[in-house]
Design a protein. Sequence first.
Length: 655
Amino acid sequence: MRPVMAEPSVPAMVPSIPKLQVAPGIHVVSPFLTPETGKQGSWNQREQKRSNTGISLTPSGPWEHKLTDKYLGDVPSSSNTVRYFNRRRQARRVFIDCLIIWCVTAFICAVLASTMYGFSTITRGITQWQKYGYNALVTGCSISLGLAFAAQFNQYAEMMRWRFLAAQYRNMRDFELVLGCSSYRNTLQIAFRGWRPGTWYPTKQQIVALCWFSVFVTFNVFVALIGLTYSIDVSNQFMHLVAGEMDVANLRYIASGQQPDDGVDYPLPYQQAAANLFGQLGQNSYELGADTYTFVNANPKDRKSQAISTRYITTAATCQEVEILLGGHAGFRANTTEDQDTDQDTDQTPDQTLIWVDENGNQHTDVVSSVATGSTTWMSNTTMGGCGPRCAQMLALQTSDIRVVDDVSDSFMPSPRLWACNNTLEQVTHADPNNEGITDINALEMPDLQAWIFAGAIGWTGVCSSEIDENGTERCGDLQYILFNGDTHLSLPADVTAEDVAGTVVGFTIGAITAFDTNGPRQNLTGSDSPRPAQVVVVRWPYAGAILAGIPFVQFVMLLGVVWFSSKAVIIEPGYMAISHILKPIVDKVGEAGPLLSMDEMSDHIGDYNIAYGVRPDPNDPGHHDKTFVRSLGLIDEKEGYGYIRGSMPEGRYD
């Protein structure tokens, strides 16, 4: 069989195809020959034939108007430049094309909202690097959102401009401005330079251009307002812990302020008096029933920056009621003679002697001077070691309240009561095995002397009570007295129990340590838990949510409007070559000379020349219902006399 040599005749725009050199005996069929006749097929038939019916992952642009087999039907095309305009297909492609960038905008808004929400949930404070990262993310998303706006609005303008150009005749200057309306400079020129001669009110295109530019500016303003919907504030609940100097309590001495030489040889009475004053001050912050206090670390440069440490101290007290043999009547000696049946006072001479028996049956005699009827006097023993290390002994005397008025007894405390208590303050406990990064652990410990002082703080005054010994010599007594009267829980009620008294002792000690940690001597140590103001992201969600949700919503509504408006006119590819093909009539009028002429110079050179983009009327056109008739698409000169040009273009074939 003689081989078939394919030598097709092709249009000039297609490169020539070389002859095929085929060995004898081999049958070759040219892809450009129809299988039925073996003759050369038309270029349009070859180009438009589909190879498959699958869905392409690459979306077609709105300006692609291919004449596919679906639109060929029974009427083939004899031209390779004929294209088919389908309004629904173009609208669908415009929607998909614009939706892609809209999804980018919505994604950026979602990332921005997620970033703000995620960082706002860090309630314990963000680090400096987290702060940098947050600011970088918010700034980057805001800039990206602005770029997405610009891309979206530019895309909208590229789709809608063909409908605007097809709506009316325009001079060359206005035509170029509308053709380049994707540039905001051109948009502003349309808004402020497009006045109709002889009128004072703006034209429709001016109003549209001004509204278009205002919407774009409004969108960017709302993006900028996102920065006002959040703030990085100082947390009211948490502190940020970093390595550095820590301001901690100096437990080596007790004083109301810093003392020279780190409190060495600071007098014991002064420390006792300070402990009692701290205890009274701490009653405002003491929580009833608490027997443990956790110390506070502060920032040396800012004492207001404080954080709870991992160090705590615990105290425990026990009390029991003991028998009073004599005294306890506020200095008045009650009648105890056997011939009297009442407790009526027979001798109003003050008697401050208190005789009592302890739990072991030992009798004790003390002179209690600070007493008042119906009030409680607390007495701390100045002798150390009576109940063990870090333990203080104390007495609580509830003085009776017997007042005889006209032989009628009005009694609040019918008889005196005496309580003997022991209170032990433990050593500071470190919950953190690393001791908060502090190497000098001894600086955090409380010596036994200071622990003893705090344990007996409720009865200290720092004043020595005098007494006469067996030799008649005046000396300091073993007890210090302090009277609490009035409406205070330190003046015990009549129905108090041993547990209540022990709780009062514990509460006073813990309150004293609390006040001491706040107002007492401090020292600076280097550790890992130095408190710094914790910064947290506070978002005002009603405003931030409205902006981040409103931007995609409004933009989507605009997208639907753009799809509806632009789909009525044939959209041309926004490339220079495709647009230059449409503008060829203008170039022909200008001529080949003058490549450096400006638009104004070309307009002056051509003269009165108003044009519109549209379908050129043809007397042979059977009507818009005929979709096989090939219509001419391009620029129409107003002088051609076609009159009003329809902005909406019919479906069908175009060339």
